[in-house]
Design a protein around this ligand. Sequence first.
Ligand code: SIN
Length: 201
Amino acid sequence: MKPQDIIKEKGSIWIFGYGSLVWKPDFKYKRSKIGFVEGYKRRFWHGDDLYRGDKEKPGRVVTLVQDHEACTWGVAYEVADSQVDESLQYLDMREAVGGGYVLQLLEFTAREEKGQNNNNNNNNNNNKLLALVYIATSDNPIYLGPAPDSEIAERIVLCRGSAGLNMEYLLRLAQFMRCCCPDVDDEHLFSVEAAALALVL
Ligand code: SIN
């Protein structure tokens, strides 16, 4: 389904962020919800030779990797019809052209907010929506793939790109999880963070 078709049907679109978009959306949106997508794990497996690294030494940034037992937490942003052209143009430049990510449509489940009645299935279904998600796959030329957490951390502490330090990207993502999803244990993220901090402290 194309973004334009979703807008025609629903009047707005949702965009799910699980990397820098959770702490630096920088595009116009109407509202946001914290929640998760099922069937995907977040991994520092994508290379970044622009924002958090360079051609010589690409940084490591996150992508989503299919895993039917996993789920990944982040933020979904609702972009209204009037904001869509500007926001999608900005995101395409940032994520697709600059980052090598491609768009997919996934089911997002919003976290239940305090006071929300969750006693029946209808309410649970109200928390689900379709969201556009930028994902980088292994066929991308700057995809780096799996590596031990210690190796990922070594690369992250060394790299810097046009948006700043690769370490900042890692720390801000971990900070988002601690502060906005305190009950979620994102093992890979926190283990890479601990390994990176051990190298610099
Ligand atoms: C991105 O959105 O993937 C790049 C922006 C950043 O690293 O700050």
